[in-house]
Design a protein around this ligand. Structure first.
Ligand SMILES: [Ca+2]
Length: 337
């Protein structure tokens, strides 16, 4: 056996090891951020929130108002904070631009995240397990999940932004990072940036468009677009955040709300009371029961066991081949004497 064959075997062995890692690499395809790119829009101050943070908004939980920002949670364990606009939204088409900051000093351990809401004001809103909001809400949640519970088959990286539309029947599953019920999502590394970060949620012609500006480029980067999302009027806007065993500062700098006039609005159904529309989305996955993670853990254990076994076999093979190669070299040298 010559040295080239030995090098080839070593390279193949290294590739086998890293093949396991590359299978889990994150590939997030961002939906086309198409349609009504430049609609007419009007800032609606009655729904907006900016410093000195006085107006038609309620504050609850751990929320603290500073001069330049609102801190929904501090960087310490087990806090829930929220802000809510008291005025029901009468607009059919709107855009919310949320200026926020998520930062902490706990290295690789941080959580849980924050969320934007457009939900039924009838529910109790100021404390709950879904990023600080009550579970089984009615309406829309756009969830900024910083901590990957990763107890399931999803393969996205975190922080992760996803959307969920709920008619009050679905429970958010933290163990699966909401993958049971999400409409769509994208990875967005908004945490611990040196500059401020922004999120845009646009609801126009029954389409939900989510975009970010987290690179300080003053342009919107598409996150996802979901058509056929049905939301009623007269729900309210809110923002909440939560820490658990892990923590972060979740700061809100402003919420700017715009009324949108689409260039080509959908035909209105005369006589329809838009307040009575039931929240729904065509692309929402049907509800699934929470499955205990034992099956996944078993598969993970099997996969790890097989990987370790394969690596061990490869290592032993390499040692044997190396030994054979070394022995043959020694024999060649002896022939010269
Ligand atoms: Ca999570």
């Amino acid at each position: 056996m010559n040295a080239n064959i030995l090098v080839f075997i070593i390279q193949a062995f290294v590739l086998c090891i890293f093949a396991h890692q590359s299978a889990n690499d994150i590939v997030v395809e961002q939906s086309e951020f198409a349609g009504d790119e430049n609609p007419t829009s009007f800032l609606k101050k009655e729904y907006s929130l900016s410093k000195p943070f006085q107006g038609h908004w309620d504050f609850g939980g751990s929320t603290v108002i500073a001069s330049d920002f609102i801190r929904l949670t501090p960087d310490s364990q087990s806090h829930r904070g929220a802000v809510w606009c008291k005025i029901p939204v009468r607009m059919r088409h709107w855009e919310v631009q949320m200026h926020f900051r998520v930062h902490g000093s706990t290295g690789n351990l941080f959580g849980d995240g924050m969320a934007f809401w457009y939900i039924d004001p009838a529910v109790s809103k100021f404390s709950g397990p879904v990023f600080g909001m009550q579970d089984k809400f009615r309406g829309l949640g756009v969830l900024l999940d910083t901590y990957s519970n990763h107890n399931g088959p999803h393969s996205h990286d975190h922080p992760y932004i996803s959307a969920m539309v709920n008619n009050g029947s679905l429970a958010y599953d933290h163990d699966r990072d909401g993958t049971h019920s999400q409409l769509d999502g994208c990875t967005a590394r908004f945490r611990n940036r040196d500059h401020d970060t922004l999120l845009s949620i646009r609801y126009v012609n029954n389409a939900l468009l989510v975009a970010t500006d987290i690179e300080n480029k003053q342009t919107w980067q598409p996150c996802f677009r979901v058509p056929n999302v049905k939301l009623p009027t007269h729900f309210v806007f809110g923002v909440s955040a939560m820490t658990g065993d892990l923590s972060d500062n979740h700061d809100l700098l402003s919420v700017k709300v715009y009324e949108i006039e689409p260039k080509e609005p959908l035909e209105d159904n005369m006589g329809v009371d838009y307040r009575t529309i039931e929240p729904s989305a065509d692309s929402a996955e049907p509800p699934r029961p929470h499955v205990d993670s034992q099956a996944d853990s078993g598969w993970s254990f099997l996969r790890i066991f097989l990987l370790v076994l394969f690596c061990a076999i490869g290592l032993v093979t390499l040692l044997v081949l190396g030994l054979v190669y070394h022995t043959s070299q020694q024999r060649k040298k002896k022939r010269f004497y």
